[in-house]
Ligand binder design. Structure first.
Ligand SMILES: Cc1cc2nc3c(=O)[nH]c(=O)nc-3n(C[C@H](O)[C@H](O)[C@H](O)COP(=O)(O)OP(=O)(O)OC[C@H]3O[C@@H](n4cnc5c(N)ncnc54)[C@H](O)[C@@H]3O)c2cc1C
Length: 485
């Protein structure tokens, strides 16, 4: 893509959008050169900050006309490089689209713009006794558009399901610039389901209808401290085996606790080698009964201290350490990689033991934080980027952890997406034929491959190509429009 084309496009965007909504100044462009995964960086060719779906559609139509790739960006908190811009492309940022358009409590739904933050939805309906259930730890800042693209999860997704279970409809701009509605009620193929989790590769969500849930009658939160992670894991298995589905069941190991103490002084029990946070919600009678059972199981599994939150403040205090865990690790290590893998719950002890062995083998520390109930691990691989070779060793450990997840019947991502970072691992999970079949879906939405190219798939193909092992360099790679790993 030539600079002349980008300059021409910037001029055309200037006719469509307010003057301050088109950024071409090289210094300001650098603000957007990465998402939460700072390891991958690229300065976008142009950044636009539209106010409306019509503006997004007009920008996308021009990208289509000029054959220029575009990438959507919400709040940029993604951890897989999904919103990594293209130097030869346009970054479409939704942060000015923060209006809550409609709240319909009778039908338990709200219609919002894509830049609205996850937590803002709950804040808008909390006083009426409702909330939006999926709760990524980044919920104060991440956008609902980003949540849709990543099919984001959170601590409470064990009981309530992921983003896909809470989206009732979308308005999207297709990669050729058409505005289209997708609804959960549409007959035929589940196009809404296909779009959710597509990581920006099928178009841009411009309006989102979310399901609102009723606040539970009762909530009980407890924190159980164990001397080691194995005992905590045993408690998790026993709770689920007892037929209890907690709203959340989260675990942190000793190193993660150390980091949280250093950052937010969460005052978890002294000497804990692992803490388990269990939250139960529902009708009073059910929660009371289940709570007694969970407390018994934790004690029998070896918990040496159990704290129960008696108020909303005490609940927040218990959650404080867990919710801040990713950032907290910055207190005990100059740099770290947030990994995201998932394994069957029953494989957790073996995989954690495998991670221990990797720490020894590579001389790299790993802090473990995880959504224990659904086997979603977030190992935080610590390193010092000032020490030559440590970054590479940390990368190697991070990759070997994903190998462990695959070997144990799990997956390379539980909730953070594939993005640019994990596209190279896709062939470890899927055959060429699987990947080609997935690309057919992509081609149905985006035949020219302009919507967030270079993400998710390791080997981009043009639509209409015969599946099979590629011989030679792909034309998209040759033309610089896609990267090959
Ligand atoms: C401290 C921290 C904690 C986190 N905790 C969790 C967690 O508990 N659970 C979890 O699942 N994730 C978590 N994340 C990851 C991240 O917050 C989520 O993936 C979130 O959904 C990203 O939203 P965003 O607005 O920042 O998206 P961005 O990072 O801007 O973009 C993410 C992807 O979505 C695409 N995209 C953005 N907007 C749109 C749109 N309108 N239409 C189409 N595509 C779009 C982008 O192209 C990109 O591929 C965490 C991140 C951090 C930094």
């Amino acid at each position: 893509m030539t600079d002349a084309v980008l300059t021409r496009l910037a001029g055309l965007f200037g006719e469509l959008l307010p003057a301050d909504a088109v950024i071409t100044d090289p210094v300001r462009l650098r603000t957007y050169d990465c998402d939460g995964l700072t390891y991958h960086r690229a300065t976008p060719g142009i950044v636009v900050l539209p106010d409306t779906a019509e503006q997004i559609a007009a920008v996308v139509r021009l990208c289509d006309e000029y054959g220029v790739p575009f990438v959507a960006r919400g709040s940029g908190t993604g951890l897989s490089g999904g919103a990594l811009p293209r130097t030869d492309g346009v970054l479409i940022v939704t942060s000015r689209m923060r209006r809550i358009l409609e709240i319909d409590l009778q039908n338990r739904r709200a219609v919002v713009e894509p830049g609205v933050t996850n937590l803002a939805i709950t804040e808008a309906v909390r006083d009426q006794g409702y909330y939006y259930a999926p709760d990524p730890s980044s919920q104060q800042i991440c956008s609902i558009g980003g949540n849709v693209a990543e099919n984001s999860g959170g601590a409470h997704c064990l009981k309530y399901g992921f983003t896909v279970n809470h989206i009732l409809g979308l308005e999207i701009v297709t990669p050729d610039g058409e505005i289209v509605e997708l609804s959960a009620d549409d007959p035929g193929y589940d196009l809404l389901g296909a779009f959710i989790g597509s990581e920006g590769t099928l178009g841009i969500a411009t309006k989102i209808t979310v399901r609102l849930s009723r606040m539970p009658e009762a909530v009980t939160t407890l924190l159980a401290a164990f001397t080691g992670i194995e005992a905590g894991g045993q408690a998790v298995s026993a709770i689920i085996a007892a037929g209890i589905v907690p709203a959340a069941i989260e675990m942190m190991d000793a190193l993660a606790i150390e980091a949280a103490e250093a950052a937010v002084n969460c005052a978890y029990p002294q000497g804990a080698g692992a803490v388990l946070i269990v939250e139960l919600d529902g009708p009073h009678a059910e929660v009371g009964h289940q709570f007694a059972e969970v407390e018994r199981i934790c004690r029998e599994s070896g918990a040496f201290e159990i704290r129960v939150a008696a108020s909303a403040e005490e609940r927040a205090a218990i959650w404080k350490g867990r919710k801040s865990a990713f950032a907290a690790v910055g207190r005990i290590s100059p740099a770290y990689i947030v990994q995201d893998g998932v394994v069957p719950r029953t494989a957790l002890p073996e995989v954690l033991a495998g991670i221990d062995r990797l720490q020894e083998e590579y001389g790299i520390r790993v802090a473990n934080v995880f959504h224990a109930g659904d086997g979603n691990l977030h190992p935080l691989v610590l390193f010092d980027d000032a020490v030559p070779g440590q970054g590479e060793r940390a990368e190697a450990v991070s990759g070997r952890i994903l190998d462990l997840c695959i070997e144990h019947g799990g997956s390379i991502t539980g909730e953070h997406g594939v993005g640019v970072d994990k596209s190279r691992y896709m062939p470890k999970m899927f055959t060429e034929e699987d990947l080609d079949t997935m690309q057919l879906v992509r081609c149905a939405f985006d035949p020219r491959g302009l919507s967030n190219p270079g993400k998710v798939f390791p080997t981009p193909r043009l639509c209409g190509e015969v599946p099979g092992v590629r011989k030679g360099v792909h034309p998209l790679v040759e033309s610089g429009r896609a990267e090959q790993f």
